[in-house]
Design a protein around this ligand. Structure first.
Ligand code: SF4
Length: 212
């Protein structure tokens, strides 16, 4: 059988997630929530690792920029795995139709994602098999995300702020509790061995990432 060239899925994941399938799309082009209403980038998006990867790694540039939302939907529909799927290591949901299509393709699998597309009206699916995190940049984003059905939040914390706060495993931001990513704390080797973002029952539990 001819080998199928997968545009959006890296079956072997990466050093962060472990041996977990991960989908990637072109950053910025597929990130409608990356910019504010005035057209400027949100603070965290200015420092996006995926943009840097696109710039310096030719293979990623070629693969990610060739993958469409429909490619991702089709490839996920054909993916047979009992592992959780990390959706959008790079990229995001371009619109509701994109998330709806991915949700259908994910019906026989479990997975998780972080998104800023709630800023452009993309509403969480609320299915049990997909853990959906809203990526929060400003305190005001929380209410917008909640109104779109996102129970779980993800937020970047400045390293100095975290260090000044005592390097805790749990941080409180705007009255919300966030577990600091154990892979960053080196208490877990990868997402595969951690599972907080995809195994936590009840679709609760926020995560914080330390900015280096
Ligand atoms: S909290 Fe765990 S599952 Fe979530 S990103 Fe960090 S290592 Fe991965």
């Amino acid at each position: 059988m001819a080998k199928v060239y997968l545009k959006s899925i890296a079956i072997r994941g990466n050093g962060k997630v472990g041996n977990i399938p991960i989908t990637n799309l072109e950053p910025v082009a597929t990130c409608p929530g990356a910019k504010k209403e005035d057209g400027t980038f949100r603070k965290t998006c200015l420092d996006c690792y995926a943009i840097k990867t696109m710039k310096f790694r030719k293979n990623a540039r070629k693969k990610w920029s060739n993958a469409s939302a429909q490619d991702e939907i089709d490839e996920l529909a054909n993916l047979k795995t009992n592992k959780p799927v990390r959706l959008h290591g790079a990229g995001d949901f371009i619109d509701q139709e994109h998330l709806d299509g991915v949700s259908v393709s994910m019906e026989d699998k479990r997975g998780w994602y972080y998104t800023r597309s709630f800023h452009v009206g993309v509403t969480a699916k609320g299915t049990d098999n997909m853990q959906e995190f809203a990526s929060i940049d400003e305190d005001e984003d929380v209410a917008i995300a909640r109104a779109k059905g996102y129970n779980r939040l993800a937020r970047v914390v400045e390293k100095k702020e975290w260090e000044d706060g005592g390097k805790k495993k749990l941080v409180v931001l705007n009255n919300e509790n966030y577990v600091v990513c154990p892979e960053q704390l080196k208490t877990k080797a990868s997402c595969e061995s951690c599972g907080f973002c995809f195994n936590k029952p009840g679709k609760v539990g926020n995560v914080a990432f330390i900015k280096h």
